[in-house]
Every structure is written in structure tokens, then in C-alpha cells.
Design a protein around this ligand. Sequence first.
Ligand code: B3K
Ligand code: ZN
Length: 865
Amino acid sequence: MADAAPAPRDPATIRREDYRPPAWFVPEVVLDFDLDLERVLVRSKLDVRRSQSAGPDEPLVLQGDDITPTAVKVDGAAFTGWKLVEGDLVVPLTGAAHMVEIEVELDPSTNTQLMGLYASNNMLCTQCEAEGFRRITFAPDRPDVLSRYQVRMEADKAKFPVLLCNGDKVDQGDGENGRHWVQWNDPWPKPSYLFALVAGDLVANNDSFTTRSGKPVELNIWVRDGDLDRTGHAMQALKDSMLWDEETYGREYDLGLFNIVAVNDFNMGAMENKGLNIFNSRYILADPEVATDADFDGIEGVVAHEYFHNWSGNRVTCRDWFQLSLKEGFTVYRDQSFSADMGSAALKRIEDVRILRAVQFPEDAGPLAHPIRPESYQEISNFYTATVYNKGAEVIRMMTTLMGPDRFRKGTDLYFDRHDGEAATCEDFVTAMEDGGDIDLKQFRKWYETPGTPRVTAKLAHNPQTGTATLHLTQKIAQNGEMPKASDLVIPLRTALLDPETGAHQGEQLLLLDKAEQSFVLDGHKDHPILSINRGFSAPIILESNQTAEELAFLSAHDDDPFSRFEAMQRLMTGYLTAKVSGTPVDRDIILQAVAKILADTSIDPAFLAELILLPSEGFLGDQMVEVDPQAIHEEREKLRGKIAVQFERQFRKLYKSCWPGEFSLDTEARAKRKLRNVTLGYLAASFTEDAAEIAFDQYRDADNMTAMQGALAVLSHLDCEERSAAFDNFYKRFKGNPLVLDKWFSLQSMSQRGDTLKRVDSLSRHPDFTLSNPNRVRALYGAFTGNQVRFHDPSGKGYSLIADMVIALDKQNPQTAARFIPPLGRWRRYERGRSELMRLALEKIAGQSDLSKDVAEQVHKSLA
Ligand code: B3K
Ligand code: ZN
């Protein structure tokens, strides 16, 4: 199935089918940077070669964005025959090979987009993916033009003592007037999006790693003075990743130096530039006092992700940006597997699925839905999505499930060998998996072109006479609110039929649903078995089954697949809550009985126990409803939470006490206790016990780690009590010098369920510590707020106006980050009439602005279409 409605043929739309190979190649690039905060002189020398497929008159077109050449030379002589066409430099050339030299001047201090070369805290850094290199100098800024780079950097030595670039440092020296220079050489041909430089006053956590073939690698994590003692976890994660990629995928690092730099102002998490990864500081800096356990996990995962890109992304890169999932989906799958191996695989899977459902499923169900390999785009920055990343990872995971680990590894070995040094396509990846793993993936390829989340229905019938169980499955896909249509994706469903008495089963089976409708007959079941399907969430689908609440409760107590056990509990609670919201009578006792069984089961590890008793989020519940009423969902969910809290208060109190983790440690057991302690604290507060605020405050006051502090603050944030303001004031004073912790202070207030949250967010936007210039701060205040279902969706529509006004202001300085705030409004069709209309009006207000960026314009127009 292709895109439901083909994008209109307007010139702003770039289409996958229009791909043409480059007319010019650039095997060698020489760059010279004269650097300062307000003025950078960039001199480039491009050794350009006409492609054999290009016509003799085809001019050299070098992309540029918001830059002008101050001088151009061709083959050593000044050249004036160039012109600028829509920002690009068009140079008419007659021969097959030329040397083109260009000079450009930049002012990094005015670059608020944080794309290209920009200043952050008196340091200079770059972000080039996807199309930022063209904001530094003119070049064929497309991923299928690979060049070897030699780069000279020069700057004032006192202001910028550290000068970093890709590859190896080959020379350095001092110049006149307190200046110094460094010469870098990257031996690996790379596309321009992987170029990076950093200049600043930085210190390094220096370490080393020896590859399995015995090559030493110097490792550095560069940070500002004062942050050095918060880099240990990231360094350990880097070394663990290097070893893991050797052992799991046979991939070794390929330079003598690996640098990571942490910067405060960064549009996303991190960037995999060759040999010089640049990170948002939130994914590097951690110690127990300032970082939660989730932050530690985030650091481990992102460090691994960027490191793994060295092979899946850098050595084998993408032919064009439609192939983004080739590197991102695969690399997310790789980092998920790494984190699963480093900690608990079951908890990691629950977390991965939670993210998929919270972000990707809504995207797939809304106006911005696209296949993991999009067919068209206007602004590629808008396609760094949960679909390309997380659903992309699920597609790779399904291939592993279909092939088994050994054949999967044969497939990836062949992929890396066959395409090393090339710019490849998703099709190349699938073909390599077929050839290396000896499997036919013809039909499986449909996952690459199909938007929307498949809905699978499962009905189990049992015949006691023959002892056969018949599982009837169907699949359909709905797109952007339309009626679901039959589909025929290849859906691998790990399935087991559990004995209704004991919960035992005769082994798991892999059922392949590859038609719109299919039946599977499974023998040997004297009694009606209990269906355990999509175990481990083996396929990214929405399951609709005819299972009763009793069967789900049974699975929550007995299923031997931890994900399915968690899932059964979620489905039980979701079924109850959605029925309540829509006014259907439904039994609550079965949930209470299931919770009682879980709490009585002493064999359950505390972290898993915490997951089992967590209610589905308000956002997820809304996604299950035909028409979302956030207030009604919030109220029903709170009632159920309150009921569980009151009913099991004694057990929660006991568990809370037993979860005192003692002295801080990052080991699994201590982390599990911290997790359960926070969850039980939440229930204690929901039980309206008088001392809840006091317990939370004591936890805050006595905490020696951020997980406990944040857990206590999260509980207090919803309450109306003195303890709340005392804790928040104390937190602010204690951490106001630490921007990452201050972000938490903003977020926790934005996520509060209190009735005054909307007003508070508005006033926080004028707080002296708030700034639109720092994406982390913007996400902390406004990103957290759009996730606060009941307050963002205030029936007055003021939450929507708040976001719309912020988007309009932010778009003028940072379009990429501004565009990220359109999707929460873009889901307007899903809400009840009053809210829906107000959301649409907020979008109209944005759409009505003149000079909207391409980023915001694309998202807002698609959302209104
Ligand atoms: N490849 C970068 C993302 C770049 C986003 C540009 N808008 C980080 C990553 O996925 O590893
Ligand atoms: Zn990535």
C-alpha cells in the first residue's frame, strides 16, 4: 500500500521518485577556518569531478543557505561567472575536473537556528545534519556525495584553547598575536552532514580503548571546566558500546581518536559526526545528585546510539534523506538491544513500547502520518520522527524475529561488507538481509511503504471434542481517522496458549500473519486455553481480542513472558477505564483482585512490580477512544488510582518502607527499589492519607539522589500544601546554577495536575531563567506542558493559545524546534467538538502568520489539510 493521497506536485515538495544521482562528485575537500565568536572566515577548496552520467553543460550547483561568497576562484583564477539561485551557487564549468575555491564570512553569534556553525556559551560548534553544512559554506550538501576532508582551524589561543574537528589531529602550532592552529585530516570519505568542528575553552575526561584487533583509541569527553566529574557514566557507556559492537555485530572503531563534546544549546539529543560526536549536555552530564536513574539510562542509550552510527550511518550512509530510517531505525534497534543487554531486557522492552505508543502510534494515526521511508517532504528536519526512528527499529526487530539471531547477523555482516564506504538505500539493506540471511522478504518490504498502525483482531475458539484451538486473525489499517482497510503486511506474532489452570504452555510459536484474514489450528488443548499473543510486542500493532477481563487477569498473574504480563494488566485497566469514560457499566473488582495477586506475589522483582501496578497514561487512554475528552479520562483514571490507593494503602506503606535503598548505588537492585518507592509514594498520595505530603517532603529532604528528589517533587507538584512550595523553593535555590536540573524544576511544574498550572506555565515563561534561545528550556516548560493532557486541553483553549503564541515567537529564531510543537495541536480531529475547534483555531492562527519557516509551514498546513 502506498501513501494514501499523493502529495501535490508543488515545487516545494521533494519526492523520493525524483532522485537523480549527483552530477558532480567532490573526492577531496580542503577547508580553512579563521574562527571567532562574531566572525568566521571559511575558505574552501573543492576538487570537483563531473559524473559520467552528467551532460557536458551541466553546471556545478553548490547548495547554500543564508550565505554569500566573498570570493570565488576556478582552477586558481578569480571567477565572476557564478550566480546565486535561491541561495545556491551555480558555477558554469566546461571541463570534467576543476578546483573551485570559495570564501564565505559568517557571524556565529547571530545563528539562533542552531544549524550550521553557531555560538553556545562562548564556544563555537556545528550541527550539519540534515542540511546545515550549506549554512557554513557552499557544497553539494547531499548524503550521496562523499569527500575526504582536510581542515585547518585557527583562533585566539586564550579564548579557544581547544580546536576539534573530524578524524585525526595531524599537526598544530602557534601563530602570531596569541593565535594558534590545528590541522585535522579525516581519512574516511564522508557526506557533508557528518562534518563537525568545535572551538572552545574545554577540559576532557581522557581514557582509552583497545580494539579487538589491538588498535589503541584515545577517548575524550570534552566539557566546560567544573563539569568534568559528571562525565564518568558517559565514558563507561562509550567503552561498553565499543566492546558490545565488536562482540554483537563484529564492528570495530576505525580511527585513533574518538571525541565527544557536550554543549548546552542543541536542537536534539546528539549527533554522530565522524570521530567528533556533539552532544546535548543532558545526554552526557550525570552524577546521582543531579541525574535520575532515567537520565543515567538516557545517557547510556544515546552515547551508544551515536557510537553505533559509526557503522550504521557513517561507514554505510544514506543515499538520500528518504532513506533516513536505514541508519536511524537500525541504529535505534542497535541501541535498544545494547541497553537490554546492559540491564533488564524485560524492563527495556516495556519502556521501548511505552515510547512507541506514546509518540509513534499517535503520529501514525494523525495528519502527519508517513511510512518509515517517506515518499515526499518539504523540510527534511520534520522527518526525524518517532516513525522513522522507533517504528523503523520495530521493523528491524521483526526481521530479527523472522530470521533468528544467527541469520540476522549474517545479513548485517553482508550489508556492512557490501556497502562499506557507500551511500545506500533501505532496499539495499533488505536485499542484503535476504542474501546474507537466506530469507525472502518480498512481502515484508511493505512495512517500508505503509503508514498507519495495523489493527489485528484475534479470536480464539476451542473445540473440546478434538482438543483443537483455532485462532482467527485479521489485519486492517486506518489512516488519519478513515475507516480501516484490509492489509497484508507480514506480522510476526509470538504466541503461546496457556493452560487455564496452571498457566503452563507447550512452547511458544511464531505465527506469521501475512494475509488480511487467516486461521491457525493448534492441537493438544483439552481445556479452553488462554491466549498469550504478540509476546514481547513482537509486532508494532494494535491488538483487539475477544479476551475477557478474567483471562487478562489470569495472564497478569501467570504469563511467563514479562512483557505480556505487563500488557495484560495494561489492557485490563485500559478496558475498564475506556468503558467507564464512555458510560458503559463495567466491573472494577477484577482489577483490584489482580492488583492484590500482584502485590502478594513475593517472587516479583520491585522494578517489574512497579510497572505492573502503573496505570496506563491519560494520553494512551485517549488514543483508544473515538472522541477524546481529556477531563473525563482524567477523572476516571484518578478515581481508579484513588480506589487502588485506598484499598492497598497498608501494602503500599509497607512496600514504601521496604524500598529504602540505603546508600546510593546504580546497581539493579538499588534502582529497582528507587523505582518502586516512587510509585508507591504516588499511590500513598492518591489515597488521601493525611501524612502523604509529609512523607513526600521527608523523601525530598533526606534524598541523596535525584531519582528520589524528583519522585517526591512529582508527587508534591499536584498537591495543595505548604510542603509543595517549600520543596520547590528549596530545589530552585539549590540548583539554580545547574541548567539541566533547572529544566526539571520547570517541567515538574508544567506537568502538575493542579488547576492553576496553565497560569503557572504562562508566568514561568516570563521567569528570568526562562529563554526561548535554549531548546532544552523550551522543551522543559512547553514540551512537558503539551504532555499534560488535562491542563493543556483546558476547555478554555488557553493552553492551545499559549503554545500557538510560543510557536509564532520561536519560529523566528529556531524553526526546527518550533515545528516540533505542531503535532500536539495537529491531532485536533480526535478531540470532542469544543476543544477540536479551539485547537484548529490555534493552528489557523499560526498558519496566518507571514514569513513562516518551511519547517512550521509544512507541519501546520498538513495538520489543517
Ligand atoms: N542523526 C542525528 C539527528 C539529526 C537531526 C537533525 N534534525 C542524531 C541521531 O539520530 O543520532
Ligand atoms: Zn541516530
